[in-house]
Each structure stands twice: as structure tokens, then as C-alpha cells.
Design a protein around this ligand. Structure first.
Ligand SMILES: [Zn+2]
Length: 175
């Protein structure tokens, strides 16, 4: 799996992250599934009732569900929920135990969701992405979180709709 991240979404995450640093900030990732690949083209922030700690972030779940629904409808079913993102201010882009628990919870209702973490400070944020999968689905459900290759692309040149987007096309946009 390759995760394609729009440079605009990356910039927005950095702004959100910087805004609340040293507290964590986060939200949801919206985009497309193309075979094994994921293409992140939009995001939402935390929502009004989210909780922001120095080492934890709890999104406003109810708000997020409503946002996913309205994004889906506004795009005529084009934009899909792909996973969650949050910041690790002055930290490293690694999954904490809490992050794993969150990804496991998401993986119970969404197939192979993503967890994207941006770590850093000020204007310098490094993204990393994991894919969550439930192993042993029938017995004691466990999460397998696999780090995925992340590529940033620039959507500003040409912006085809989902049907026209293929990973081979996106490769031309990456620097
Ligand atoms: Zn975290």
C-alpha cells in the first residue's frame, strides 16, 4: 500500500498542529481508495468537543461522524473516510498505546483504516502513516499496525476526479 498525501492536507495538518502545540490536535482524513492505495485529498479538524492533552487527543466523535456524512453527500459519494490523524508536538511520529487502541476501535467498523501522525514543532512537522488491521477476528481480536509508505503530491496542477485518478498518474505529481 502507498498512501498519497495531498500537500494541501499536509499544510493544513501542520497549521492545526502548530495552533495548539504543545497540546495535541487532530481530526479525520478524507479521500479515495484505489486498490491497495489510499489517496488523502481532504481533512477535518478536531471538532468543538474534542479533548486536547499533551500526550493524548480524543476527537469529537459525534461531530466527526456528521462531517464524514456531509462530506460524502456534498461530493456525491466521492469522498470516503480513510482514517484519523493527530499531532505529537515535540515528540516522535510513533504509535503510542493509546493510538493503537484508537486504531483498533476504528478497525472494528472500517476496513484497513489509517492512522497518520505528524510530529514536530513550529513549521516543521514530519508525517508518518500506519494501516490498521484486525488479526484473529474470531477469537481475541488484536490490532496489527503496519507503517506504510507515504508520498506527498501536489494537487494544484491538474485535479482529476476519482475515476480518472490512478496511482501511476499521481506519480507524475510527486517531487
Ligand atoms: Zn498519538
Amino acid at each position: 500500500m502507498t498512501v498519497w498525501l495531498s500537500s494541501r492536507v499536509m499544510q493544513s495538518m501542520a497549521l492545526y498542529a502548530r495552533e495548539l502545540s504543545p497540546l495535541e490536535n487532530g481530526g479525520i482524513l478524507l479521500g479515495w481508495r484505489s486498490g491497495e492505495d489510499r489517496i488523502i485529498v481532504d481533512l477535518r479538524g478536531p471538532g468543538r468537543l474534542a479533548l486536547h492533552g499533551q500526550h493524548c487527543f480524543v476527537p469529537d466523535h459525534k461531530w466527526q461522524v456528521a462531517e464524514i456524512k456531509s462530506a460524502f453527500e456534498a461530493s456525491e459519494g466521492d469522498l470516503d473516510y480513510l482514517g484519523d490523524w493527530h499531532s505529537h508536538p515535540d515528540g516522535v511520529a510513533e504509535m503510542s498505546d493509546l493510538d493503537s487502541a484508537t486504531l483498533l476501535r476504528i478497525a472494528r467498523s472500517v476496513t484497513t483504516p489509517l492512522m497518520l501522525i505528524v510530529a514536530g514543532s513550529q513549521t516543521d512537522w514530519i508525517p508518518r502513516c500506519w494501516r490498521g488491521e484486525i488479526v484473529r477476528p474470531l477469537f481475541r481480536r488484536r490490532l496489527m499496525a503496519t507503517p506504510e509508505e507515504l508520498k506527498i503530491f501536489d494537487p494544484s496542477t491538474v485535479w482529476p476526479r476519482r475515476t480518472a485518478v490512478l496511482p501511476s498518474l499521481l506519480r507524475d505529481f510527486t517531487s
